[in-house]
Design a protein around this ligand. Structure first.
Ligand SMILES: Cc1ncc(COP(=O)(O)O)c(C=O)c1O
Length: 386
């Protein structure tokens, strides 16, 4: 199979497969779904083949802690990011959000303040608040170009105020931002100076556009850092539910393991393990093709926004396939925008899902065939003319 433009240009019809993106209650027959973060592309052939082969063996009993799984994940991280991970530094998780919640429970007590940069992927705040911890939202700094920057002095204030844990999104969703090494170093230093643990959600690690380069928090600091990874976004297999928690700090690893045990979270779904291993071992050609395609979509999107939405501001995209559109100049709240867009057949994610700073913004997922990106922008423009 050739994973070229032609392959990705085919897109994928996903309605009636029970998928969240296209089959949710509020998606109508003619709605264009550019919201939840998975992509409308067929996954790499090797993933499907490996699962089909495994399905032919008619027993789905408990799975062992296979070394082959560890080798697949560690091999991929080394090849792709020059990141060395050892098998005894990792725990398997059903998903990354389980990892965020596990870390909140493992490294803080009820009532403790936990700091995040906002806007940020909604489940960060939910992981803090649903566990009875106090959310400290440190607003990212937004410049005139619409780009976000780390608010280190704001984070220092949060730490002075007693924050016990930092949850970082690296690269950042929804700010479409690859954090550079010096920014990560400055944040890691702060965390260390104040003696707090830093949890880095690195689920978007593989979606970084040149000349930027992904740096894992684990490549900056090992002692007080826990990182969360998954093949789910990278290879478009989020429904399989498989992720990893990694830390070189044995005490932090043990605490996380205890929480998983206490909550009865046992991980190792047969198909998830087989599919994820195949992705890490055989998916890189697909991933390279995908990144070229997404890069073209990213550039096209920027042109479309200039042409059709002159009052909008698109945050510069150095990472992720999620675009953050500042529509505040149109003077509408997210609820109003959602209602308006719904009538015009376009579904995006409302900015307030990412915190109060997201009011007036919408997030658009461009992990789909390019023609749909253009159609989406045209529908948004038409809606805003109303
Ligand atoms: C930053 C971030 N973390 C976690 C997730 C969800 O991951 P999972 O499905 O593994 O819980 C997403 C999904 O969009 C995300 O953007």
């Amino acid at each position: 199979m050739l994973y070229n433009r032609e392959f990705f240009d085919k897109g994928l019809e996903r309605r009636h497969t029970g998928c969240e993106k296209w089959d949710a209650d509020f998606i109508h027959v003619d709605t264009l779904a550019l919201w939840v973060a998975d992509m409308d592309f067929a996954c790499a052939e090797g993933i499907q083949k490996a699962m089909m082969e495994r399905a032919m063996h008619p027993c789905f009993g408990y799975n062992s802690d296979e070394q082959a799984y560890v080798d697949a994940f560690c091999g991929f991280m080394h090849r792709r990011h020059q990141l060395e991970i050892h098998g005894d530094e990792m725990l398997r998780l059903p998903c990354v959000v389980t990892g965020l919640k596990t870390c909140v429970q493992a490294y803080t007590e009820e009532g403790d303040p936990v700091a995040i940069f906002s806007p940020c992927y909604g489940p960060f705040a939910m992981s803090v608040e649903s566990n009875g911890r106090k959310l400290v939202s440190v607003p990212l700094l937004l410049d005139d170009e619409g780009a976000y920057h780390m608010n280190l002095s704001g984070m220092e204030e949060a730490l002075k105020g007693g924050a016990k844990l930092i949850l970082l999104c690296n690269p950042h969703n929804p700010a479409s931002r690859c954090w550079e090494k010096d920014e990560l170093e400055a944040l890691a230093k702060l965390a260390k100076d104040y003696g707090v643990t830093l949890v880095s959600d690195e689920i978007h690690a593989d979606f970084v556009y040149k000349p930027h380069k992904f740096t894992s928090m684990l490549q900056v600091e090992k002692e007080n850092v826990v990182a969360l990874f998954a093949a789910s976004k990278t290879f478009n297999i989020a429904g399989l539910q498989q992720a990893q928690l990694v830390t070189a700090n044995k005490a932090l690893l043990e605490k996380a393991e205890q929480v998983l045990n206490r909550n009865g979270i046992a991980c190792g779904n047969t198909m998830a393990l087989v599919g994820t291993m195949a992705a890490y071992n055989e998916g890189e050609e697909w991933l390279d093709g995908l990144m070229e395609y997404l890069d073209e979509n990213r550039q096209a999107l920027s042109e479309y926004v200039k042409e059709y939405l002159p009052k909008a501001k698109l945050t510069p995209i150095s990472a992720t396939y999620l675009a953050w559109l500042d529509l505040r100049a149109y003077g509408k709240t997210c609820d109003e925008l959602k209602e308006l867009f719904d009538r015009h057949g376009i579904a995006l994610t409302g900015g307030t899902f990412f915190g109060a700073e997201g009011e007036g913004f919408m997030r658009l997922n461009f992990g789909c065939k390019k023609a749909l990106v253009l159609e989406g922008i045209k529908r948004i423009a038409k809606a805003l003319e109303e």
